[in-house]
Design a protein around this ligand. Sequence first.
Ligand SMILES: [Zn+2]
Length: 283
Amino acid sequence: MKLISLALLFLLFACSPSAPNPETKTVEATVSTPAALPTSPAPAPPPPDTLPEPENSDAPVIPSQAYLTGKFDPANHPDFVKVAAKYTDGDPYVLHQDTYAGFEAMHAAAKADGVKLVIVSATRNFKRQKQIWEAKWNGQRLLEGKEKADEVYPEPADRARAILRYSSMPGTSRHHWGTDLDLNALNNEHFKSGEGKKVYDWLTANAATYGFCQPYTPKGAERPQGYEEERWHWSYLPIATQLTDYAVSQMKDADIGGFAGAAAATEIEVINDYVLGINRECL
Ligand SMILES: [Zn+2]
């Protein structure tokens, strides 16, 4: 009885001149569901000043401490773009859009000369580098495939230097910047003969035309400190030099932290020896 009288009441209401327009999407009451009677007005849309903030409003600018140290998600930074699969080894990568434009031009020129460039690593943020670093620091990942760093190097500074032969401390990697790429193979020998040599010879002759430079050349009088030679690692200078200048003037070893073994940063002078220990032509 109660249901029927409620339904009748609703029908009466629905036929009155003040009934809501049936076309209005916010009113979806039906006679069969008295609980859905339009007893209160539909919620009004929020005024423009209460709309949610755009997702990327806190993306760090170039140059800034947060940007330099990779403390952001490059996949959600408005200046970053996805790399097309045709340029990669199949893994997903992102790059700063200017780096990407430079790479596309360089890739096309190389292709015209019969040289194939393949991206095998690109942007890695602080969070990703922390995973890589801590796996090596704790011995879960072997150094150069053979040493457990925690057993072979019990002293923190020695262990940090051993990992730093080829991996950066979180917060100090050029791969944070969206400017740096690893190409074709993570192995210097690959670039010393055959197809690999052809690629490396092409890059040393032509990469500068497209803004790219090899920061980790052989160590010696010209480059006494820093990472070992990396023939695969290339850096897009129009942006990278701004970030290097920022590191020179603003960064201190004590600013590096937030991961296992960070205390070694000051002892090994990570900013001077590693961040700035690059090929002078890339400054
Ligand atoms: Zn690299």
